[in-house]
Design a protein around this ligand. Structure first.
Ligand SMILES: C[S@@+](CC[C@H](N)C(=O)[O-])C[C@H]1O[C@@H](n2cnc3c(N)ncnc32)[C@H](O)[C@@H]1O
Length: 234
């Protein structure tokens, strides 16, 4: 195996390719399908979500981007199946940290994750141009190319590995590529506490002319992960 092949393989091993369904996204971002009609939407980072696949089939205009998309859809699907099994084993011991009204039980969670992965992998094959490889904090899109940007389970949540400066640079970039709004879910770190720099981030955004609201949403799986940051540009 060449050095390049080795580093691609290693990178793939580091990626966890798990995603949410279209329905979960509507709940976590508190939008109906009809409200999104006619808007150009970016899901960033989208991972193995089916929001793009199902949204476009329903007549929405959604683009997905993620660092994982440097890999082939086939490799990602294989990795995603392994990651789901690994996550379900972990869930057996961690299930008390989660609320089960939505999925009911681990089998329900598994079937949502498998359905998202399946839809995403099929759509990557059929509409590959909708799946753009990116490396945050920079994006290859034009200024104000989208109307709305959704960002789930990335900023705030991984504060143990993404520092404050990375958050600011990523938010600046998400705001650059949208005309109207950025929504981020959730506002807690992995262990369920409010992101420690959230108030500083909100002040930074307000100082830069944005309107910022914390809004409760009708989706809570990880305990306390039940609100979004709604950032409007003007
Ligand atoms: C936990 S997943 C969330 C995916 C999806 N938004 C969801 O809610 O299910 C985090 C994603 O961030 C992607 N990612 C990690 N670092 C990145 C970077 N620097 N640039 C772009 N994507 C990145 C990973 O590949 C992964 O798909």
């Amino acid at each position: 195996m060449s050095r390049d092949e080795q580093s691609v393989k290693l990178d793939l091993e580091r990626i966890v390719f798990i995603g949410r369904t279209f329905g979960e996204y509507l709940d976590m971002f508190s939008f109906s399908k009809d409200e999104l009609q006619g808007k150009k939407i970016l899901d960033c980072p989208a991972g193995a979500c089916s929001f793009t696949a199902v949204g476009n089939k329903l007549g929405l205009d959604v683009t997905a981007c993620d660092i994982a998309y440097y890999h082939s859809g086939e490799d990602l699907k294989y990795k995603g199946l392994q990651d789901i099994e690994h996550a379900m084993k972990h869930m057996q011991i961690a299930q008390n940290n989660y609320k089960w009204d939505y999925f009911k039980e681990i089998e329900g969670l598994r079937s949502h994750r498998l359905s998202a992965l399946q839809d995403c992998a099929n759509d990557m094959r059929e509409s590959n141009e909708r799946y753009v490889p990116v490396t945050l904090p920079s994006l290859p899109f034009k200024d104000e190319e989208f109307d709305i940007v959704f960002s789930a389970h990335f900023l705030f949540m991984y504060s143990d590995r993404l520092d404050y400066q990375f958050h600011i640079e990523t938010l600046d970039e998400l705001l650059r590529v949208t005309k109207e709004e950025v929504r981020i879910f959730p506002l807690v770190e992995l262990e369920g506490k409010r992101y420690k720099h959230l108030d500083d981030i909100i002040s930074y955004l307000i100082d830069n002319g944005c309107k910022v609201e914390e809004v409760n949403v009708p989706y809570e799986f990880q305990t306390n992960a039940n609100s979004i940051l709604k950032i409007n540009k003007y």
